[in-house]
Design a protein around this ligand. Structure first.
Ligand code: PLP
Length: 400
């Protein structure tokens, strides 16, 4: 009896004397502000996507959930225009799918040729170096792009195992044409890894037609989905590289993103699905719904809307005397717009005014372009003329 009483007391004392006090009164009520997200991403998710996230959860091994994953894979193939079977959603943001490509396709000593014309080329350099790649860079000032001839010459000179290109540099607003690059990569026996984070659904990626071997994207930009789930495609050539590494028994040096294990869950790889990590159920619903919305609009419809709204935005900017960083309209993205900060203006103050007084988020310049540009995202659900006009009004208010 005494022992029982002692235990009860012990438990009670533990409960009553928590070392870390209950923070409820400090953290208060949870009520995030509704903001119009017109920076480099995330953009606002579509209301139907938020509604999908509130649907009841299934278990990650439930056949009904696995069927939803199959739908997502099918919809992703349409979105990217690829017939490759290994087109999957990765748990995490765009960088997780990116790191999955790097971790699985890099063997120590492999040469990666990185075309750096913005912040994200620096990220690939850092990431690939961590997996033992010998990274060679071809650099251009931020905002410029590479010609096919420059790409070919660099590949010939460096003989890489893999090249990395960013189709839509979110740090600058520059569009990199990828026509013809895949063919050159095949001639030189190297893999073509493409960043489509800010181009997916805004510009034709056409992965098969462009002979892209591996690609990744994010949900939170032109797909109108919140961040947290990221498309990845590995084609036959990429999977061959992975199979060779398996034969040599060189493990993928990242457990969480090891596609040799994940394929047993995400594809019906030779039988029953095998648990690897718990799939983010609600994020899968979100991506499922966002890709359906895109399919309803059609890819052509989405490209057309992004083009029309951006041309409208550029025209209206010109009317009020604001300039774009990139002169050549053909080299501008239809999703992310870099607007020059006028002489003598403190960019941070303008962005603060937008956020504090109007609940509008506009992006700041990154790296070399810090303080020099505003980055305006008109992406996915937010790619509308009314949103374009709102951004211009809010910028003008801050420039007064
Ligand atoms: N690549 C590009 C071009 C991006 O714009 C971003 C994010 O803004 C990423 C990669 C990384 O994606 P995430 O931030 O979702 O990890």
């Amino acid at each position: 009896g005494n022992l029982f009483a002692q235990n009860v007391c012990l438990n009670f004392c533990c409960f009553s004397k928590m070392k870390v006090a209950n923070p409820l009164s400090e953290v208060g009520h949870f009520a995030p502000t509704t903001r119009l997200l017109c920076g480099p991403g995330p953009s606002n998710a579509h209301p139907r996507v938020h509604a999908a996230m509130a649907l009841p959860q299934l278990g990650h091994m439930d056949p009904e959930f696995l069927a939803i994953c199959e739908d997502v894979k099918k919809l992703l193939r349409y979105t990217w225009q690829t017939e490759e079977a290994f087109t999957i959603p990765v748990s995490g943001t765009g960088s997780a799918a990116w790191e999955a490509a790097v971790a699985n396709l890099t063997e120590p000593g492999d040469v990666h040729l990185v075309f750096v014309n913005g912040y994200f080329g620096e990220r690939h350099t850092d990431m690939a170096g961590r997996y033992g790649a010998v990274v060679k860079q071809v650099r251009k000032p931020y905002g410029e792009t590479f010609s096919l001839q420059e790409i070919e010459e660099a590949i010939s000179a460096n003989k890489p195992d893999l090249i990395w290109l960013c189709m839509a540099e979110t740090s600058t607003g520059a569009y990199q044409d990828i026509t013809g690059v895949g063919k050159i990569c095949r001639q030189h026996n190297c893999l073509f890894l493409l960043d489509t984070v800010t181009s997916i659904a805004a510009l034709p990626c056409n992965l098969d037609e462009n002979l892209v071997d591996a690609a990744y994207a994010g949900g939170q930009k032109c797909l109108s989905c919140p961040p947290g789930i990221a498309p990845l495609m590995l084609n036959e050539r990429a999977l061959e590289k992975l199979a060779k590494r398996e034969q040599k028994d060189i493990k993928v040096p990242n457990w969480y993103l090891d596609m040799t294990m994940i394929k047993r869950y995400i594809t019906a790889h030779g039988g029953a699905r095998v648990y690897h990590h718990t799939a983010p159920i609600s994020m899968m619903y979100a991506l499922r719904e966002s890709l359906s919305i895109l399919a309803e609009e059609t890819l052509e419809g989405s490209y057309k809307r992004h083009k029309e709204v951006s041309e409208f935005f550029w025209e209206k900017l010109e009317e009020v005397g604001l300039e774009m960083l990139i002169d050549d309209k053909e080299k501008r993205l239809p999703s992310l717009h870099s607007v020059k900060v006028p002489e003598g203006i403190n960019a941070a103050e303008v962005l603060k005014n937008a956020r504090v007084n109007f609940d509008v988020e506009i992006g700041a310049g990154l790296g070399e372009l810090a303080g020099k540009i505003f980055r305006v995202g008109l992406m996915g659900h937010n790619c509308r003329k009314d949103v374009a006009l709102t951004v211009i009004s809010v910028l003008l208010d801050g420039l007064k």
